[in-house]
Design a binder for this molecule. Structure first.
Ligand code: CP
Ligand code: NVA
Length: 310
């Protein structure tokens, strides 16, 4: 594999890139999106290939990476634990050594973040986190890009997180620290962010609230996620009870800014973490958010493989 620049970077957590790299990536995604919408062919990744390893289910992540790589002229290899030796206990380190000799880029969706890190430590090529139990940085990239498209810079704004202290919440926190906005976070007791995941350089970038209503006050963006993430299904009954008051409904939205946006990474459960009137209502941008996974990840793959363009 040949990188178009000298330094190999992985994208395992949001904090792996700097604010000015994000500024570049958001501008680049806008250019790539505009060209795509104008049916302009843009194929900088001809002869490059991406291996996508899924140890959990996916719709958006698979389609956006796969379609994005083909649109840029490259190809993909889709792997799951069920149909590779990964599911038969081949060490992740050995899998990394082998797969990364054959492709130019790897995306992995898995369980423990440490498993992704072990893969990356033994990979010859850049590795992208397609979701772990702890982080989902590609989703937050698309979410922030969507906010910028709709409302301009996110710096100085307030994002309200209502619900589980999960992979999405952890990643929003890193983004708040790096991009200079404030995260209001309200989780049920027992479902807070794990303290070691919440390390930030600027403690003022996060405020916690017992009440989800209080968290939404004055927010420019209200966002939530499923009560039970993949891998935590055994806890579902307890979570249904604990999260009953953490449903983003019209009353909660009415406490936010009058032009506040609503986002959800999807898949969503209407009537649980979000009311149908909100996710299907005028403040919701969830379909743009999902589409932007495509454009944003094309910019990310271009950056990891070719460096800055122009
Ligand atoms: N938001 C997201 O990552 O969706 P999928 O699980 O469908 O990939
Ligand atoms: N927190 C959810 C996100 C799904 C895209 C999960 O990990 O299942």
């Amino acid at each position: 594999m040949k990188l178009g620049h000298s330094l190999m970077k992985h994208f395992l957590q949001f904090k792996d890139l700097r604010a000015e790299e994000y500024s570049y990536l958001f501008e680049r995604a806008a250019i790539i999106k505009r060209r795509f919408k104008n049916y302009e062919r843009y194929q900088p990744l001809v002869d490059r290939s991406l291996a996508m390893i899924f140890e959990k289910a996916s719709t958006r992540t698979r389609v956006s990476f796969e379609a994005g790589m083909y649109q840029m002229g490259g190809s993909v290899v889709h792997l799951t634990s069920g149909d590779t030796q990964l599911g038969r206990a081949e060490p992740i380190e050995d899998s990394a050594r082998v797969i990364s000799r054959m492709v130019d880029l790897v995306m992995i969706r898995t369980f423990e973040h440490a498993r992704l890190e072990r893969f990356a430590a033994h990979s010859r090529v850049p590795v992208i986190n397609g979701l772990t139990n702890e982080y989902h940085p590609c989703q937050i990239l698309a979410d922030v890009f969507t906010f910028i498209e709709q409302r301009g810079s996110i710096q100085g704004k307030v994002v309200a997180w209502v619900g589980d202290g999960n992979n999405m919440a952890n990643t929003w926190l890193q983004a708040a620290d790096i991009l200079g906005f404030t995260l209001h976070i309200s989780t049920p007791r027992g479902y807070e962010l794990a303290p070691h995941l919440g390390e930030v350089s600027n403690p003022a970038c996060v405020k916690t609230f017992n009440s989800p209503f209080a968290a939404c006050e004055g927010a420019h963006l209200v966002t939530t996620d499923v009560w039970t993430s993949m891998g935590f299904e055994a806890e579902n009954a307890a979570r249904q009870a604990a999260f009953a008051d953490w449903c983003v409904d019209p009353q909660m939205m009415s406490l936010a800014q009058s032009d506040a946006l609503f986002m959800h990474c999807l898949p969503a459960h209407r009537g649980e973490e979000v009311a149908a009137e909100v996710i299907d209502g005028p403040q919701s941008v969830v379909w743009d958010e999902a589409e932007n996974r495509l454009h944003m990840q094309k910019a990310l793959m271009e950056y990891l493989l070719l460096g800055r363009i122009g």
